[in-house]
Design a binder for this molecule. Structure first.
Ligand code: UDP
Ligand code: MG
Length: 309
């Protein structure tokens, strides 16, 4: 019998636990041609999520869990999941039930047909502000232009991954993770399913604008060095312009004599160049920061407890 793992990263999800279990149980019971495992990764929750998970495990041994030593973030929690799942494939879902479980049987059907990575594409994004939606669209088109492989827009972590993909993802152990990009980077045989994303059942999304901005910058700098090229390019344009200007003023002064003018121009130029320089240093800094973080070679997460089987 083939084994299917459900991977669920959980951070402060105590309110969602019982409805989550209902949904998992229904899914497992209705598809008894597979052996099931639900691996809940407790990402250092500060509420009673872990206790809830342990209670569920007492009731149902198909539930297993990994508990991390602190909050490492969803990306790290998912890597822990990839490392600890035992299935022939995994289905990655959020604990807040925003991902509809009813399309999972369809994913399994495509898996049986031989697809390796069956991802769900959001047709609508649930209750989100207009600003957030349009910023996200702009971001996707930007990152698509900057990478040399297909970066899929409106595709999240809700997907079914074959063991082949899991094993490859396990090899990608970068500290600052942008897993959405990694799924695309590994390639394999992909299949898309459309779905409408619901809104969160309980609690609040853990992604504020600051965290999202960080993730966005990380997404670009993880997969592309075009920002560095852009600053080189701007530097070149300004240098050429400055050189032409220099030649122009040199000739003008030599031919027509010197009259000191253009103080405002001078101030603007200095400020402008200062800005461009700081921006470029900032961009370099992003990459240097990445090198620094990766060079420490710290593990992506630390496990405190693990129970399965
Ligand atoms: N999550 C996590 N660690 C974190 C933040 C979130 O494991 O530091 C989990 C969370 O419990 C949920 C999933 O990641 O299962 C998605 O989180 P959330 O609903 O906050 O994100 P959104 O749906 O807004 O993308
Ligand atoms: Mg959510």
């Amino acid at each position: 019998m083939k084994k299917v793992s459900i991977l669920i990263p959980c951070y402060n999800e105590e309110e969602n636990m019982s409805s989550l279990y209902q949904a998992i149980k229904e899914l497992m019971d209705n598809n008894s041609q597979y052996e099931w495992e639900a691996l809940l990764v407790n990402d250092g929750s500060k509420d009673h999520t872990l206790e809830k998970i342990k209670e569920l495990r007492k009731q149902d041994k198909r539930i297993s869990y990994v508990s991390l030593s602190r909050n490492f973030g969803k990306e790290a929690a998912m890597l822990a999941g990839f490392d600890y799942v035992t299935g022939d494939c995994l289905v990655n879902v959020d604990a807040d039930l925003q991902d509809p479980f009813d399309i999972i049987p369809e994913m399994l059907k495509y898996w049986e047909e031989g697809y390796d990575d069956i991802y769900a594409r959001r047709l609508s994004r649930g209750k989100e502000s207009w600003l957030r939606k349009s910023l996200s669209m702009m971001y996707y088109s930007l990152i698509q232009k900057m990478t040399n492989f297909d970066m899929l827009p409106n595709v999240g972590d809700f997907r079914l991954l074959d063991r082949k993909c899991i094993d490859e993802l396990k090899r990608l152990r970068e500290t600052e993770r942008y897993t959405k990009g990694l799924y695309c980077w590994i390639g394999f045989n992909k299949k898309e399913i459309g779905f409408n994303r619901g809104s969160r059942q309980h609690g609040q999304s853990n992604w504020g604008f600051r965290k999202l901005f960080g993730l966005a910058i990380n997404g670009i700098t993880s997969f592309s060095n075009i920002p560095l090229r852009i600053s080189t390019f701007i530097g070149m344009i300004i240098s050429i312009y400055a050189f032409c200007h220099l030649a122009y003023f040199l000739i003008k002064t030599l031919v027509f004599g010197d009259d000191v003018q253009g103080f405002p121009t001078l101030v603007i130029l200095i400020l402008f160049l200062g800005g461009v320089q700081l921006l470029s240093i900032g961009i370099i800094g992003e990459y240097v920061g990445k090198i620094y973080n990766e060079s420490k070679r710290r593990p992506v997460y630390i496990v405190r407890e693990y129970e399965a089987g």
